[in-house]
Design a protein around this ligand. Structure first.
Ligand SMILES: [Zn+2]
Length: 226
């Protein structure tokens, strides 16, 4: 990593400690193709999101591994001025949830179609006791529905008269998989949209569900450089 000239952060973007920022890596690849081609090696970050004028010392900062899909690495940069790590997340990948957008979308679609959340939990997570399976499912449905509701507000033409459900949005898009398509449609808004679709914070929540979320181990931020 080169030292690079020092540039003061604008006050608006003043760093408040170590952060993880994700930006879009539009590969057009499936998760299998991305892993097979080791496409993270071709990831490029042309400009620092904090210092588009340059001069901040932005440098490549290795990769980190995601739990799923196996063998999937994420390219990472480091801005020493903002003291921030910047990950290039391929379009098929969930932000801040394990796995791919297609996987979480399938889970939420199955939950929406099931007679009750308990039934859905038992079918989708037979390997986990019911309370844990319900927490796992609630986290995904809540985040995806929040992302869909936000998308409907941001894309009033494309998603006209949509309900914030996978079925309704798939139908409006004429797509078998909605979330990957939505990430591409929502590029200017991704930093503000909730994960796993967007790269923003999780929506505000009640205290009881916050506790439930904290009991499930996260997937980001990365634990090491490879
Ligand atoms: Zn920078």
């Amino acid at each position: 990593m080169g030292p690079g000239p020092k540039v003061k952060c604008p006050p608006r973007l003043a760093p408040c400690g170590l952060r993880l920022v994700q930006v879009r890596f539009p590969t057009g690849l499936t998760s299998e193709e991305y892993v097979k081609q080791e496409a993270w090696r071709f990831a490029r970050l042309e400009r620092c999101p904090f210092h588009p004028e340059g001069g901040c010392g932005l440098a490549r900062h290795g990769t980190y591994a995601r739990v799923s899909p196996p063998g999937c690495l994420i390219a990472r940069w480091w801005c020493p001025t903002a003291r921030t790590s910047i990950s290039l997340l391929p379009d098929f990948m969930c932000s801040r949830l394990t796995g791919t957008l297609a996987e979480v979308e399938a889970v939420v679609a199955a939950a929406d179609a099931a007679p009750t959340r308990e039934v859905a939990s038992e079918v989708l997570r037979p390997d986990v006791e019911l309370p844990g399976a319900l927490r796992w499912l609630r986290r995904r449905t809540r985040l995806v529905h929040a992302g869909l509701a936000a998308a409907i507000g941001l894309l009033p033409g494309l998603l006209a008269r949509c309900e914030p459900t996978i079925t309704s949005v798939r139908s409006a898009l004429g797509a078998e998989v909605a979330l990957v398509r939505l990430r591409a449609e929502l590029v200017p808004h991704l930093a503000a949209l909730p994960p796993p679709l967007g790269f923003g914070p999780r929506p505000a929540q009640r205290r009881s569900s916050l506790t439930a979320l904290q009991q499930e181990s996260g997937t980001d931020p990365p634990s090491g450089t490879r």
